[in-house]
Design a protein around this ligand. Structure first.
Ligand code: PSU
Ligand code: MN
Length: 306
């Protein structure tokens, strides 16, 4: 048995699951603190944990509380992350600062991957990945989520990337970084709210067992880094790209007018999209995370069975 890193605080449920080799699914917390409004964020976080339990796996939501990395959170901690303004957005570069200063932090995909791997968790469910921002040729704004996918051995289930990003450049960057991008049950790379993006996915798999086999094959070969599994939003919950395009243009131009950039860019855009759509985008967002949770539990189960 491998010892878990001494700086991690594991919930009893997660500690037991890891010890017994029960499937565990990691969940991020930036989506709670900086990705959705209150109280839908805490409802989503609680529901998603239940979906993972119903799928036979144990949920491990990851965040920093008083500077300590927690893997598996109780209800009060989820409530704090969902409602407090004292929670920093924490990507990998922020981890040492938040730990050393004893602060609260919500982890992005990148930071969640790193902490999940430290805990020995191989499957992680989220909504959308960070990526190459539009205009990155000038701003250099490329999410550390992409770098982390090249470094850390965790499979990340998402619904693709929002078209607040440059989807084509994001796919190019992932290719350069050696990250398998696998679409689940479709040939097309999904664009978060929409099942279609206009870009082909580089790979396609159709069952959890096939995904588990790809993960095992990658890591057995010593190919360090993650797997990006992209799962299209269910048809019934989809908002067509034709409807989202104008909303996203508006959000991007509001961001420019407000002079927002850097780590505040993504949270600002996510918040503006919810405002502009009068909450319709939030309904779709929650539906796709739930859909990803169902798949994530299946993949963790298939991987644990190998
Ligand atoms: N995209 C979404 N919802 C989110 C995020 C991205 O549709 O909540 C969050 C994730 O936590 C992701 C982070 O890791 O934003 C990326 O931020 P940045 O672009 O600053 O790296
Ligand atoms: Mn950025």
């Amino acid at each position: 048995m491998t010892a878990v890193h001494p700086d991690l605080v594991l919930s009893d449920e997660v500690a037991t699951a890891l010890r017994d080799r029960t499937p565990v699914v990691a969940l991020e917390s930036t989506i709670i603190s900086h990705g959705m409004p209150y109280p839908q964020n805490v409802e989503m976080a609680t529901d998603v944990e239940q979906i993972i339990r119903d799928g036979g796996a144990v949920p491990a939501t990851i965040a920093l509380l008083d500077g300590r990395p927690h893997v598996g959170l109780d209800r009060d901690s989820l409530e704090l992350l969902a409602s407090s303004s004292e929670v920093a957005k924490v990507s990998v570069r922020d981890l040492p600062y938040i730990v050393a200063r004893g602060l609260h932090g919500a982890t992005t995909v990148a930071a969640t991957m790193r902490l999940a791997a430290l805990a020995g968790i191989s499957v992680f469910v989220t909504g959308g990945l960070g990526g190459v921002h539009r205009g990155a040729q000038q701003t250099f704004d490329i999410s550390a989520d992409l770098t982390e996918l090249s470094l850390t051995n965790v499979a990340v289930v998402s619904a693709g990337v929002k078209s607040i990003l440059d989807i084509g450049l994001t796919l190019e960057a992932l290719e350069t970084l050696g990250v398998p991008v696998v679409a689940y049950g479709t040939d097309e790379f999904p664009a978060f709210f929409s099942r279609e993006s206009g870009y082909q996915a580089p790979m396609r798999l159709d069952t959890p067992a096939e995904v588990a086999a790809l993960m095992a094959a990658k890591w057995r070969l010593g190919l360090t880094g993650g797997v990006s599994l992209v799962n299209p939003i269910p048809e019934a919950d989809e908002v067509p790209e034709s409807e989202m395009a104008a909303v996203i243009e508006q959000a991007l131009s509001d961001m420019e007018a407000a002079g927002i950039h850097g780590k505040d860019a993504t949270p600002f855009l996510l918040g503006r999209i919810v405002e502009i759509t009068g909450g319709a985008s939030l309904t779709a967002n929650i539906a796709l995370v739930r859909n990803n949770a169902r798949l994530g539990a299946q993949i963790a189960t298939a991987y644990a069975a190998l």
